[in-house]
Design a protein around this ligand. Sequence first.
Ligand code: ZN
Length: 317
Amino acid sequence: MSYIIGIDFGGMSAKAGIFKDGQFLAKKTAPTSMTDGVERTAKIMAELAKDLAEENAISFDDVVCIGIGSPGVIDSAVGEVVFWGNYDWHHVPLGPLVSSLTNKPVFVTNDANAAALGEAKYGSGKQFASSVLITLGTGVGGGVVIDGKLFEGFRSAGTEIGHSVIVKNGIPCGCGRKGCFEQYASARALVRQTREKMSLCPDSAMWEGLNSLEEAGGKTAFAAAAKGDRAAQEVVDGYIDYLAEGIADIVNILRPEAILVGGGVSNEGKRLIEPLKEAVDRKIFVSSDIVPLAVKKAELGNDAGMYGAAEYAISRL
Ligand SMILES: [Zn+2]
């Protein structure tokens, strides 16, 4: 009997899932906080893993290894969180700490990378050997799976998909450059584009039910566009074109079989995915009628990182 535990560690909570032979069995969540500090945080994760096994009548002795998807810059070779701004962590040996508390091998990767691996193996990418997950949230995150393996780059510092420049001298980005993909294609960027249009178009249906620009969100433009509002449709078309611009670069360089789109904006479903696929197809070097390219909505949502953390541990064992 051999089980694997995958933990998706975040600033507010840690979510652990237990797996056997590639099958998800059960999950459990515990709160996390910056004020816990390093030692306590490692203890929370170790106890979460043990409790999860115990509550499902699984002997912890039968757990082979643990994978962790963590925010920040991770040196996955040694399981270290090199830097994570939100917790002000510098060179935290998270993997070795959890390992010493559990007596299990513990493997750590970046949370976005874990999500990409999870989605590739268990979600909308499972019929493809190579896929790229693009997560549209506060920023644009993602990860790359090539021939079934996660590609992390040297010292796991690669695949910062959101920071390729699509507009030279464009909007300043937190990374120090201007015009980064995530400044145009994140959910936050969509909200900004929506509000800019609304301020120019006081008669737009985007204003329906809203009293101020601040009330407009990531769904506002898509909802009004679905009702036939022209200004809203322009926002949607413009946003999708930016998104396609960044995706086309990724496709031209890596040529995965599939682009998997996750994050809050992906919940627009077909209204996002179908025009996105067409726009990407117009921009890529070899179109999808010659070399097939799937563009799909990610399926696992917030569980992708947990699945991927387990899969990552298996890949490293
Ligand atoms: Zn940037």
